[in-house]
Design a protein around this ligand. Sequence first.
Ligand code: C2E
Ligand code: MG
Ligand code: MG
Length: 547
Amino acid sequence: MPEGIAARLPDLSRDGLAISDLREKGMALVYVNRAFQDITGYSSDELIGRNCRFLQGSDRLQPEIQSIREAIARRADVTVTLKNYRKDGSWFWNELSLSPMSISGGEPTHYIGLMRDVTTSRVAAAQIAQSTRADMLTGVLNRYAFVEDVDILLRQGERPMLLIKIDMARFHDINEGYGYDVGDQVLMQIARRLTNTGAALVCRTGSNEFALAQPLGHADEAQTAIEMIRQSLAPRYLVAGATIGIRFAMGYVVGTQTTDAITLVRRAGAALHRSKSSAFLDICAFSAEDDRRARNRLRMTSEMQQALEHDEFDFHYQPQVDLATGTIVGAEALLRWHHGLFGIQSPDKFIGHAEDTGLILDISARGLRTVADFAARVNRDRQVPIAFSFNVSPLEFKLRDMPKFVSDVLTASGADAAWIKLELTESLMVESSAEMLSIMRHLRELGVGLSIDDFGTGYANLRYLEDFPLTEIKIDRGFVKGLAQSRSKRVIIESIIRISRELGFHVVAEGIETEVERTLLRDMDCDFGQGFLFGRPVDAARFASLA
Ligand code: C2E
Ligand code: MG
Ligand code: MG
């Protein structure tokens, strides 16, 4: 070691130390310590006299090498981490600090290199970096990394960028029906297929949602690219010894350099939303209209939240009459939103959105209390009580402890359980799980009625009529309308009534608008009727005065 240097060095039992002489041709090494030899595998004899750049092997394109060159040219300090190779050919991460030093006190004469093998920590850091970029289950990018990388691609070229969002339909059913591990397997298979399409970036954006990004030669190529992706997703999926068919909704957008990744992802998402709500999950291209709808949805959500706070929801009540006697026996509570700007809004305008956002849970919780209170008030002095029907959203059955909730509401309102009927949709019966059955049994034990709304418009398998403890069927108004002119409608209604008789259900015909319809239904032995003929839905005060 050149004199005058040793005294200025720290203890270097673990770190490699090398000294190169700037005055020698090629900055030859003049000294290496023991640790340097241990780390590199070369002996002192093999190292002295050489430029230590040979440790970089053929990895000469590392950007760090350029930093070293520049620093040395300026006689400056530099610290970099670069890949070096040991004598046996294996590589390690070398955290290298270079400092110029002078033994004469003037111009630098030597460079001192301190070397530390940081492979272990560096690899761990890389793994962490990777794991924070990748989706844990499928290994494709997560959405943060995706957005970053899409932005990089957008900045790199002038080519149009295709961004597709894909949603796997009925994922919930697969999880419920086959178990979560099977659900996971399906997601992994989807990720693999998407990766195999060769798309530049593949990402899992949400539980059952994926996104792809692909630079195109020309915007016209989007169709071909999408068709290729659609075809690779189409074949059935092999899981748990069975093959299952899966359908996908897809929305896409073609962007240019001037759009940023977030905007593209949002636009593809808006197009996906339209695809999901189309009956056949059409592949949808983003349009300005989607943007408007997405903004509307946001606005609607916040308006509905405020409407809840300001108590803007209430019920109109529509009478149900005994077709034989004409007396009012029941009423259906129909939700209304008193919108500050647009006036009274019917549920068709907002129920879907309330279900998508989960707001229906709050609306409905308050709703059932209102209806039960009203039932208690109306029936207090009546000889023959009126039964109030309340429409229950399938979401409530899934997310709420319905028996407990209903029981609490009844207790608080003082309403008799027999005064309340819950109207369910056929879609609930499709999932004929033991859990659903047990919920319904509990509700029946409380004494509330269970009615199937819009019967005949949902799932066609009538097995559920046998399984579930129902009390009533409501014939959809589609069968009632034009009854006089349609023999097939009469046959269908007669059959529904006969089945109901056999199984002990009441039958309510919905949407009766004419005397002819009423007479025909009464003659077919239908118990009850509801429709404009008997009365339109009216507010609580009006109904109370009628009843
Ligand atoms: P639904 O339960 O089948 O209710 C009957 C719908 O038919 C009501 O529409 C009612 O106004 C309408 N209607 C009744 N008689 C006639 C008729 O003679 N002719 C015609 N053309 N229509 C008639 P509305 O009030 O707009 O409600 C629409 C749907 O919104 C309801 O269909 C129900 O599925 C849902 N809904 C209403 N209230 C609630 C609620 O509180 N919660 C939930 N989850 N859904 C509700
Ligand atoms: Mg109903
Ligand atoms: Mg109905």
